[in-house]
Design a protein around this ligand. Structure first.
Ligand code: ADE
Length: 240
């Protein structure tokens, strides 16, 4: 899967996605991360990409022209490589978007190419958003200084669902949110640490009992920590 990030700070995105699992997935060719500097597409001779907002108000706005020309270059590269005329989805990361979750991550992981648009300053001229953006996504109800961290969060969550990125297929299945419940507690050696014992059932080798215990723990943890998720899980269960 190919991630394209349109940004004023390509080094920030590339730096954040070159280590650990996502970095290794790039080396192995499971995913590719392509950061494109919007500033390289400005027609302004001073390389300016922002200007004042019509109607007044605080701050500067990213202008339509550099964003559009940057998108056009990425769009053409994708179409040329794929040999078709279908534009890839463009995600504008913004606090005004639909809130990102695991279901959205699964949906996006099915795309071959995904383009992210990162805003700065007070935002981006609405007219170019209307022309290029297909999805408005927020990572939560708070405001960041720019879209880069949000794009990185989404890319991380999506990339780990791409086949081959995680070594162990099962770990993407049993983890928190995949089933609508939080994951159960886990333990490793030693058997006793700071006087705390690993729950006896996990040492029993009795798989059915272990599964039962884990489900109970997941349910209890979700009920306590995320009553909203618990309610939804129970509501869906009743319908089944
Ligand atoms: N840009 C600024 N804040 C954001 C948020 N919460 N989600 C996505 N993009 C953002």
């Amino acid at each position: 899967m190919n991630f394209h990030i349109m940004t004023l700070f390509p080094e920030m995105v590339l730096g954040g996605l070159c280590t650990s699992i996502i970095g290794r997935a790039q080396e192995r060719g499971c995913i590719a991360v392509n950061a494109v500097n919007i500033r390289d597409y400005t027609a302004d001779r001073h390389r300016k990409v922002d200007d004042y907002t019509y109607g007044g108000g605080a701050g500067m706005l990213m202008q339509a022209q550099p964003v559009y020309d940057c998108w056009k270059a990425v769009d053409e590269e994708i179409k040329g490589r794929r040999g078709d005329d279908v534009s890839a989805r463009v995600v504008y990361v913004t606090p005004q978007g639909e809130v990102f979750n695991q279901k959205k991550a699964v949906e996006l992981s099915k795309e071959e190419d995904l383009i992210f648009l990162c805003g700065h300053y007070e935002g981006i001229d609405e007219r170019v958003l209307e022309e290029v953006v297909t999805d408005y996504i927020s990572i939560g109800d708070y405001v960041l200084t720019g879209g880069e961290l949000a794009a990185m969060v989404i890319i991380d969550a999506v990339a780990r669902l791409v086949p081959g990125v995680l070594n162990n297929d099962e770990s993407a299945q049993s983890e928190s949110h995949a089933s609508g419940l939080l994951e159960y507690p886990q333990y490793s050696r030693p058997e006793i640490w700071h006087g705390k014992r690993v729950p006896e059932v996990l040492l029993s080798g009795h798989h059915a009992n272990i599964e039962k215990w884990r489900l109970e723990q997941s349910l209890e943890r979700t009920r306590r920590r995320r009553p909203d998720m618990y309610g939804e899980y129970m509501r869906v269960g009743e319908k089944r």
